[in-house]
Design a protein around this ligand. Sequence first.
Ligand code: ZN
Length: 180
Amino acid sequence: MDSSDKIRAADLASLQVIKYPDPRLREICTPVETIDEPLIQLVERMCQLMLDNRGVGLAAPQAGVTVRLFAASPSFDPEDLRVYINPRIIEASGTVEEEEGCLSFPQIFTKVKRNATLTVEATDLEGDIFQEECGDLHSRIIQHEIDHLDGRLLVDRMGTVSKLANRRSLKELEAQFDSA
Ligand SMILES: [Zn+2]
């Protein structure tokens, strides 16, 4: 399926944030080929989900649609919300370790090492390619969301100590998924 097929197959009106260990979170997402009305509807729905859930970022696979795009709003402000289609990091430097959470792992926070600053290149909703240099939380969000597009999750970034500390919460999520 190409990206348009995947978006057409999704029931956009009833999209929800899916949780670990839903296998859709493990897929390598498909590059977006066309920016059309269904894609814009998907983005609108994702932005709404992100804001409703008080998130600062949401990747399409977290809404169950495995295509390469995410939305981010580092300040929680809908005004600075930006959409990144087919994003890639073209430069990154430094390392910083900070606490990180994820809407697909409710209640779990863990320290994750990330690059401190980066330059990301992506396509916007008008189909224009843009580059953005970012640091701090913004840089962390970009790396976290691109991880999602490659099927890589918070749990993969946890150290042994953090995995042990969050063991119960992870087991609870697994049990909830099995009983759903
Ligand atoms: Zn996440």
